[in-house]
Design a protein around this ligand. Structure first.
Ligand code: BGC
Length: 425
């Protein structure tokens, strides 16, 4: 984009009225989900087994995912809801554990199911963004040592090759992995999720494996369909020191380094776009036992106990400008069962996204997490991120007030003066 275009807010849709935030004409509006969290019955996955063994117990997930949102059956009506929101894109994941439940045996019925899912998205005029690995693994991969085992890269590539060849003509946007640094910190640094390790060395090994898997998967996909756009979803938050004195600033700068664009640096040259997942700011303090840091949230908090910090997305986007790649916000959302804070959350973050676009940062789309309430990993069904509320007994979906607000924004491709005045002043 030329400087004159940046200077001319009309081109970017800025207009004269600074309370009216217009987005570029080709902006993508969507929501995001992941297979294990919505489909149900992911019986061949490592998460499913962990849930059967440990749900409700100390150190285990709160719930079993069971049928989750029954999205496996209800996908078409859910995509109809996304279309009602005025969306033109949708982010979802394919489930490796369903596609390859046994080593080397691909389940054609499952692939055929995903063909129908993609056809349904297209029927509803939603551009699919498909993630190939969103936290879960086939059980047989976990039994071979999961991502600690270098061989997993090879198995992942075989799966990637199979799936991307099968869908080469149907999908333009591929995301290899979701938030590798978050997965590593949950499983190998903080030890909350299986395999419950607290080892900096193991964590580095796994990160290296994910980076190698991404680079190789990028090449594999581009060889199969050279026009497709390939990236991964990267979580970046802001780390601030808990105390301004002592060792905390040093610890915070290390976690900032690792949780900011570190993974982008080690995979540089192997992405056609950046998928940014942004949620919050954390305060980091030193502690004497591994992983030698603790995370504290302050300020206005969500139901997850996370700080609402829209300023952070501006900082993160400015930091990503140097990559000179299109950026999609592939996740941004809030757990808020009362829906009291969600409208502000969405509008305040979108205002920052809009500002970033005015600064010439190439943000091309925004996917709210999530379309529907779903299975929030170790928190089970207790945390509600959805624009649509789900009654998990009946599977009935009901739009929250925030869904109507997001619909207005997506449909008009702008945040109206009325909304900015109501929520931002
Ligand atoms: C993950 C989602 C998760 C969301 C909210 C992201 O880190 O990709 O799977 O549900 O955060 O915790």
């Amino acid at each position: 984009m030329s400087t004159s275009q940046v200077d001319n807010p009309e081109h970017l849709g800025g207009g004269q009225n600074m309370n009216l935030l217009k987005f570029p004409k080709d902006f993508l509006w969507g929501t995001a989900t992941s297979a294990h969290q919505v489909e149900g019955n992911n019986i061949h996955s490592d998460w499913w087994i962990w849930e059967q063994e440990k749900a409700g117990q100390l150190g285990g997930p709160r719930d079993k995912s069971g049928k989750a949102c029954n999205h496996w059956k209800l996908y078409d009506e859910d995509f109809k809801r996304a279309a009602w929101l005025g969306n033109n894109a949708h982010r979802l994941s394919f489930e490796w554990a369903k596609i390859e439940p046994e080593e080397g045996k691909f389940n054609q019925e499952v692939l055929d199911h995903y063909h129908k899912v993609i056809a349904s998205l297209k029927k509803h005029k939603l551009e699919p963004f498909v993630t190939l690995h969103h936290f879960t693994n086939p059980l047989w991969i976990a039994e071979k040592g999961g991502w600690e085992n270098k061989e997993t890269i090879k198995y992942f590539l075989r799966y990637v090759k199979k799936v991307t060849s099968e869908f080469a003509d149907e999908i333009n946007f591929w995301m290899t992995v979701n938030e590798p640094t978050v997965l590593v910190s949950m499983c190998w640094l903080e030890g909350f999720w299986a395999p419950h390790k607290r080892s900096v060395l193991e964590a580095f090994k796994v990160i290296r494996h994910f980076a190698s898997a991404h680079r190789k998967a990028y090449k594999t996909i581009k060889n199969i369909s050279k026009n497709s756009k390939v990236g991964f979803a990267h979580s970046i938050n802001i780390s601030a020191p808990l105390r301004k004195v002592g060792i905390d600033p040093l610890i915070a700068s290390i976690t900032n380094f690792l949780s900011s664009d570190f993974f982008l640096k080690i995979t540089r040259g192997y992405s056609d776009f950046i998928g940014l997942n942004y949620y919050n700011r954390v305060h980091i303090g030193f502690k004497f036992s591994p992983p030698f840091y603790k995370i504290v949230f302050k300020g206005d908090l969500t139901d997850m106990g996370w700080e609402i910090y829209p300023e952070g997305i501006s900082k993160v986007l400015r930091g990503l400008k140097k990559y000179n790649l299109p950026i999609y916000i592939t996740e941004n959302g809030i757990a808020d069962v009362s829906d009291q804070k969600r409208p502000y959350f969405i509008i305040a973050h979108l205002e920052k996204v809009w500002q970033a676009i005015q600064e010439g940062i190439s943000v091309k789309g925004y996917f709210y997490w999530s379309l529907i309430d779903n299975f929030e990993w170790d928190s089970g069904f207790s945390k509600r991120f959805g624009l649509f509320e789900i009654d998990f007994k009946t599977q009935k979906r009901t739009p929250r007030e925030s869904a109507r607000i997001y619909k207005e924004i997506c449909t008009k491709n702008e945040i109206s003066e009325r909304l900015t005045k109501k929520y931002l002043s």
